[in-house]
Design a binder for this molecule. Structure first.
Ligand SMILES: O=P(O)(O)OC[C@@H](O)[C@@H](O)c1c[nH]c2ccccc12
Length: 260
């Protein structure tokens, strides 16, 4: 079992929903990363998604785009992020998931990327612009390295395709809850609850809802249809504004969620 599977195992034993926060590596300076990860671990994050800043983040809305620009302006590179994580790894035991577009991996070289990701103790990768038809490029390497590819499904994916994707995966399945880019939403489409329940019914692995979730109420509601949630833009915003207690509230909400 890798760290992600272990984390979900222990959630189940403790009757809890998952909460996976996303942060942008290098936003506020890469020297902040260690404190940010320790803080999220202490709040009780199930796993932490670490974003790699990229100049062309096609799936991201304004909050994460701006965080990416700040991180790039402070000189953050994928190499430095991996080496920072390697230093931090002995202190942080929470599963760490890298979220990067394919381009930075290509530029790095797939072999070197996997090598350095293993050294850093990375447990999973989210690569949003890598469709399953193309994933063979990297999945054999990830598998050898015991790094999970966390796959995304969306509101527009037919259920047969969702099932096909779910069955390929280990770790968890990421169910995107909006049609569009990342960023806080005040409302979700009425079809989201059925969408998440349908995915749960075909997925052999845990299902997490993500995109648009920004309040404790939404953490509880969206989490009630599946195994938990991912929150990005709001966490990024709160780190930027140094409102750490708001981050704690969001994570705390997942602990009060009813598990049935
Ligand atoms: O920011 P939001 O709306 O809370 O969505 C999660 C999200 O930020 C994180 O998982 C993420 C950030 N960038 C991505 C790109 C693709 C898929 C997922 C992501």
């Amino acid at each position: 079992m890798n760290r992600i599977e272990k984390a979900f195992h222990s959630l189940k034993e403790n009757n809890r929903k998952a909460f996976v926060p996303y942060l942008m590596a290098g936003d506020g300076g890469l020297d902040q990363l260690m404190d940010q990860l320790i803080f999220l671990e202490n709040c009780g994050a199930t796993a932490i998604e670490i974003g790699i800043p990229f100049s062309d983040p096609v799936a991201d809305g304004p909050a994460i785009q701006e965080a990416g620009i700040r991180a790039l302006q402070s000189g953050t590179t994928l190499k430095e992020v991996l080496s920072a994580i390697q230093t931090i790894r002995p202190i942080v035991s929470t599963p760490l998931i890298l979220m990067t577009y394919m381009n930075p991996i290509y530029a790095y070289g797939i072999g070197s990327f996997i090598h350095d990701a293993v050294k850093a103790g990375i447990d999973g990768c989210i690569i949003p612009d890598l469709p399953i038809e193309e994933e063979e490029l990297i999945t054999p390497h990830l598998q050898d390295a015991n790094i999970e590819l966390i796959r995304l499904v969306t509101l527009t994916s037919p259920l047969e395709r969702i099932e096909e994707i779910a069955k390929k995966g280990r770790g968890f399945l990421y169910a995107v809850t909006v049609t569009g880019i990342t960023g806080a939403r005040t409302e979700f489409n009425d079809s989201v609850s059925k969408y998440l329940k349908d995915i749960k019914s075909v997925s052999p692995i845990p299902v997490l809802a993500g995109f648009g979730i920004s309040t404790p109420e939404q953490v509880i509601e969206l989490g009630s249809y599946c195994d938990g949630v991912v929150v990005g833009s709001k966490i990024v915003q709160y780190f930027h504004e140094k409102k750490l207690n708001e981050i704690e509230h969001l994570i705390q909400a997942s602990k009060t969620a009813d598990v049935s």
